[in-house]
Design a protein around this ligand. Structure first.
Ligand code: NAD
Length: 655
């Protein structure tokens, strides 16, 4: 051999070591052609006396980063992935997978099929299948607990979270890690192994540190509780727990059956729809071919909760930041907040100490707007007050380059009205980040009436470059997400006036799969921003007999949520409790409306909340605020905790 074998597989010999390169970019998915290419290469290498070992490596940015999910909706073609993995394990020469970028799902299964695995230090390895409502289906649940301690295998497979190379080395997945020159390193490693006896393949080893029956039961119960009805992590755990009692063949068959059940499930369909919807956001046909403006230096106005989070996110993604505040003291506070986020990234091993120092020196702050005169783009995150924001934009217009993009992070306000304070309003957009901005992946990109296509493209690309999901929204009160949230929050208010209690509503939402209920969420975010919005709307609000002023009364008492010690719940005792003040405000509201409280089941509560959500979502779509139903589902799943495995309110409505 020594010639390319197909357009996605290349095989060359370096001395006695064969090097098989998968070139199915961008992600080197294990498509049918890749699988059959590997099987051919195994057979050829076995038959070639000149080859003593084989290195399996990926071309471009990554190793094999998973199965080809586009093939999921077709009938599978042989060789199946599990056959490739089994064939690797019975190869007569040592196979070494050389991992850079990511070895995920089917990619990691292929790597586990090899006799050895080596990697670049910044590579990641994992089984993310549960995120698509699936589980490993080509031996992962059987092989991983024979390679690492069972508790580690459980952690990796049921959370879907990848591990970095050093961690994988410590756990026992990798034999060696290198800082650079992966191919040379792997070839050298392979030449050393060429003369040694083959190690026992994972399929013939025992499970490492299997759990006791009691521990297994405990873990299963805890995961069932945590999953709120999401099936895939639980089924994956059941499969892993079954493996020590079965032979490998039987265990792989059981895994296959469970994988097929999950693949056919409504939850997996929902998660796969969301997966594609998330990749499709921001791809507006009218923007095709339009190049974004160059963005290197970003200004941030206001370094409170949002401004500091946005600044840290931008720094972590390679942008230089200049942050403007109102006073030296406020600037210091903002700097501290940014440092805290960066230190946290350092603590979690996401950035090194030298990177931390480089990022802190890419951060500047000032009280003088002239400092942002050379920024390419600015994101305003000052108080949620139209007049304050208009004044900020007037000053930005004066001090910034005429071609710079000016963005507002407003949650609800009319960005068209803000754009009027800029001479060339075509350069104004909204970039609505969610809190905490360095963690939440959603960014609503607000399309004003006058925005230039290139400016809109720049906003979308900026969000993607921050590893966020940009969803384009038209201008309305609250855009896509907060407008829909206001509608179901209003419905939750009606429910409590009619007889439910806030903690009953929250519990119903948690049972449905939201991480927290709507009243808990308000307490966490602070009740004051929405209060300001309601006060603003009060002059124009249609006479609405259902409007419940309970949250207004809480705000009048200074109960803004967790940050003030109480809101819907009282946090003073450490455990959130409904106190007398809230109960009597609710009772007053019922009396004033002559309402006799009724009781509601969790199902009834959730049906009302979901109807309100879907009704408003439909209006948002009909008015053209959202581009498509899928965008709405992406917003609700990524900004508001809608359970991903239910696909989103529109997905549910359309089933
Ligand atoms: P915040 O009160 O924490 O911070 C606002 C900061 O802006 C303060 O530090 C203040 O000193 C500074 N500031 C005020 N006027 C200024 C000016 N003229 N120039 C420079 N700095 C100025 O508020 P926040 O929660 O960060 O919210 C900021 C914006 O982000 C608001 O529009 C809000 O609606 C929006 N937002 C908030 C959230 C959230 O959950 N907090 C989420 C999304 C969007």
């Amino acid at each position: 051999m020594g010639v390319g074998m197909s357009d996605v597989i290349d095989f060359v010999c370096q001395g006695q070591v064969g090097v098989l390169t998968i070139d199915n970019q961008p992600v080197n998915a294990a498509s049918h052609r890749v699988r059959s290419g590997i099987v051919n290469a195994i057979r050829n290498a076995d038959a070639d006396a000149g080859i003593k070992a084989v290195v399996l490596i990926g071309a471009g940015k990554t190793f094999i980063s998973g199965a080809d999910i586009r093939e999921f909706n077709q009938s599978p073609k042989q060789p199946y992935l599990r056959e490739v993995v089994l064939e690797l394990m019975s190869a007569s020469k040592p196979w070494i997978s050389a991992i850079h970028g990511a070895a995920l799902g089917g990619g990691l299964e292929i790597a586990l099929g090899c006799h050895y695995r080596v990697a670049l230090s910044d590579a990641s390895l994992g089984f993310p299948e549960v995120n698509l409502g699936l589980m490993p289906g080509a031996g992962g649940t059987v092989l991983l607990p024979r390679c690492v301690a069972m508790k580690d295998a459980i952690q990796m497979i049921t959370t879907g979270k990848p591990v970095m190379a050093r961690d994988a080395l410590a756990k026992g997945i990798l034999s060696a890690v290198t800082e650079d020159s992966l191919a040379e390193f792997a070839i050298e490693f392979a030449s050393q192994k060429a003369g040694e006896p083959l190690p026992v393949p994972l399929s013939r080893r025992s499970v490492i540190e299997p759990l006791t029956r009691d521990e297994a039961d405990r873990q299963l119960a805890a995961l069932r509780h945590k999953s709120h009805g999401q099936q895939s992590p639980v089924v994956a755990l059941e499969t892993i727990l079954a493996t020590p009692g079965l032979g490998t063949e039987e265990a792989i068959k059981l895994e296959r059956d469970h994988f097929e059940q999950l693949k056919a499930s409504e939850q997996s369909r929902a998660l796969r729809c969301l997966f594609f919807a998330e990749r499709n956001t921001g791809k507006l046909s009218e923007l095709s071919g339009i190049q974004p403006l160059k963005v290197e230096k970003i200004g941030v106005i206001g370094g409170g909760t949002m401004g500091s989070g946005i600044a840290a996110t931008c720094l972590l993604n390679g942008y230089a930041i200049i942050l403007i505040e109102t006073s030296e003291a406020a600037t210091q506070l903002a700097r501290q907040r940014v440092w805290e986020i960066l230190s946290d990234s350092k603590k979690r091993g996401l950035i090194s100490s030298s990177k931390f120092h480089a990022l802190t020196s890419a951060f500047q702050s000032s009280v003088d707007y002239q400092a942002i005169s050379d920024a390419d783009l600015v994101i305003e995150a000052v108080y949620e007050d139209l007049k304050v924001k208009q004044e900020v934009f007037r000053r930005l217009d004066e001090s910034m380059r005429p071609d710079a993009v000016l963005a507002s992070n407003t949650s609800y306000l009319d960005v068209n009205e803000i754009a009027k304070y800029v001479v060339d309003s075509s350069r104004v957009i909204g970039l609505h980040f969610f809190s905490p901005a360095h963690i939440m992946r959603l960014v609503e990109v607000i399309k004003t009436e006058t925005v230039a296509p290139q400016v809109l493209t720049t906003g979308i690309r900026l969000a993607r470059s921050l590893s966020k999901i940009p969803v384009v929204s038209g201008v309305c009160d609250g855009f896509i997400g907060n407008r829909i949230m206001s509608a179901y929050r209003r419905e939750a208010d009606y429910l409590i006036v009619e007889g439910a209690s806030p903690d009953q509503v929250d519990a119903a939402m948690r049972d449905f799969g939201f991480p927290i209920g709507i009243f808990q969420m308000q307490d966490l975010a602070g009740l004051d921003i929405a209060w300001a919005m309601r006060k603003r709307q009060s002059k124009t609000r249609a006479p609405d007999i259902g409007y419940a002023g309970i949250a207004d009364r809480l705000c009048e008492l200074g109960r803004f949520g967790r940050k003030t010690g109480s809101g819907w719940y009282n946090y003073e005792g450490g455990i959130p409790e409904l106190d007398e003040t809230v109960n009597s405000i609710i009772a007053d509201e019922r009396d004033a409306r002559l309402i006799v409280p009724q009781s509601f089941s969790a199902d009834e509560i959730m049906k009302r909340i979901l109807n309100a959500m879907q009704g408003e979502a439909r209006r948002v779509l009909d008015e053209g605020i959202a581009r498509c139903a899928e965008d709405i589902d992406v917003v609700m799943a990524n900004g508001y905790g809608f359970p991903r495995w239910k696909g989103g309110p529109m997905f549910m409505q359309n089933r």
